[in-house]
Design a protein around this ligand. Structure first.
Ligand SMILES: [Zn+2]
Length: 120
């Protein structure tokens, strides 16, 4: 009897774990886990268990970004990625400009790399 009860408990636990991504999906826009009632879009895109099988957008993100379909979500994600890439590029350009300025100021004051290389 106890071993049958054990298998029953394990089976119930596995089914509960399998349904957790359906009951608490992850928003593809903000990345938060919420209850299924707070989602407007929840579609399965591939046959895959877990969170990677479906795309979901919560009601808050739908209202905030004007998302009605999965194509709108893809547009929002593309725009966000482009903004992040532009910010990274801007940071790199600023760092390059700062290093150029610091090299110019060092050469003006007479402190250049040859002096530091002599110390070593
Ligand atoms: Zn969201």
């Amino acid at each position: 009897m106890p071993i049958e009860l054990f298998f029953l408990v394990v089976l119930l636990l596995l089914t509960a774990i399998a349904f957790v991504p359906e009951v608490f999906p992850v928003c593809s826009c903000c990345g938060k886990k919420k209850f299924i009632m707070f989602f407007k879009i929840n579609k399965a895109i591939k046959i895959h268990p877990g969170y990677s099988g479906s795309k979901s957008v919560c009601r808050k993100c739908c209202r905030l970004y004007g998302i009605e379909t999965l194509q709108d979500l893809q547009k929002v994600l593309n725009i966000r990625r482009k903004i992040e890439l532009n910010l990274i590029r801007r940071k790199i350009e600023l760092n390059l400009d700062m290093t150029k300025d610091s090299m110019l100021s060092q050469s003006r004051t007479g402190k250049n790399h040859s002096r530091s290389s002599r110390k070593i």
